[in-house]
Write a protein that binds this ligand. Structure first.
Ligand code: PEP
Length: 257
């Protein structure tokens, strides 16, 4: 983390979990403890249908609510999808784009990711853009090339001001939901690589302002070590964000620096 230049962001990705009744139990558990999170921003990305309820539950806190995906078109015949304006309208501040599960199950590509990033920023939402390699790609030694490609395509056509508002989440696919975490050194090296790519394209000032998260089995035990890496500015957290104590422990780890 580097608190001088950028905000640390701890974001939960609830995926397809929790009814709003279950979310209330979660909110009741963490709200009394949230006052102490001074340094980092806390975000909960939840299924679209639960966003209005979550916004109400976290109304008087600093927790921002986000969506887990969006469409890039402003309206139309796209059954089941939601637009960025719809997310904005119900109070979302963030939206996850290009999560590996969306890429795997819903044909999301680097090019649709780019369109969604543009749409989100134009609507005033902060996109959390996920990039990451499979185990096979890591073992073939192409992680850096792949990440360069994903980052360049995701950010194509954005202005410097827009790039500063993007959050990049480095999520090695082999570490998501598997209990296998990248070592702090592995994760830190890829996050540094991401910042280097951004620096080459947009310059040092923009690059040092961008928040880069790590995601992939981050938990209460390994968060502090991962967050101690200079280019890891937070986490995108799946499983552990569903449990109030674990999520709170990660937030506290981010506030320790
Ligand atoms: C994720 O879904 O973005 C994620 C990182 O999941 P988990 O923390 O469960 O590995």
């Amino acid at each position: 983390m580097n608190l001088k230049y950028r905000k640390t962001i701890i974001a939960g990705n609830w995926k397809m979990n929790k009814t709003i009744t279950e979310a209330k139990t979660f909110a009741d558990a963490i709200k009394p403890q949230l006052g102490r999170h001074k340094w980092c921003e806390v975000v909960l990305c939840v299924p679209g249908v639960n966003i209005p309820g979550m916004v109400r539950l976290f109304k008087d806190t600093r927790v921002a609510i986000g969506g887990e995906t969006c469409h890039y078109e402003a309206s139309g015949a796209f059954t089941g999808e939601v637009t960025v304006e719809m997310l904005k309208d119900v109070g979302a501040k963030y939206v996850i784009i290009g999560h590996s599960e969306r890429r795997q199950y819903y044909n999301e590509t680097d090019f649709t990711v780019n369109k969604k990033v543009h749409a989100a920023l134009e609507a005033g939402l902060r996109p959390i853009v996920c990039v990451g390699e499979s185990l096979e790609q890591r073992e073939l030694g192409v992680t850096e090339e792949l990440i360069s490609y994903q980052v360049k395509v995701a950010l194509a056509g954005l202005s410097d001001t827009q790039v500063r508002r993007v959050v990049v989440a480095y999520e090695p696919i082999w570490a998501i939901g598997t209990g296998k975490t990248a070592t702090a050194e592995q994760a830190g090296a890829v996050c540094t690589h991401i910042r280097t790519i951004i620096r080459k394209q947009y310059g040092a000032r923009v690059a040092r302002a961008v928040t880069i998260q790590y995601g992939g089995s981050m938990n209460a035990k390994n968060a502090a070590e991962l967050l101690a890496q200079p280019d890891i500015d937070g986490g995108l957290i799946g499983g552990a964000s569903l449990k109030p104590d674990d999520f709170m422990a990660i937030i506290n780890a981010a506030n320790q620096e």
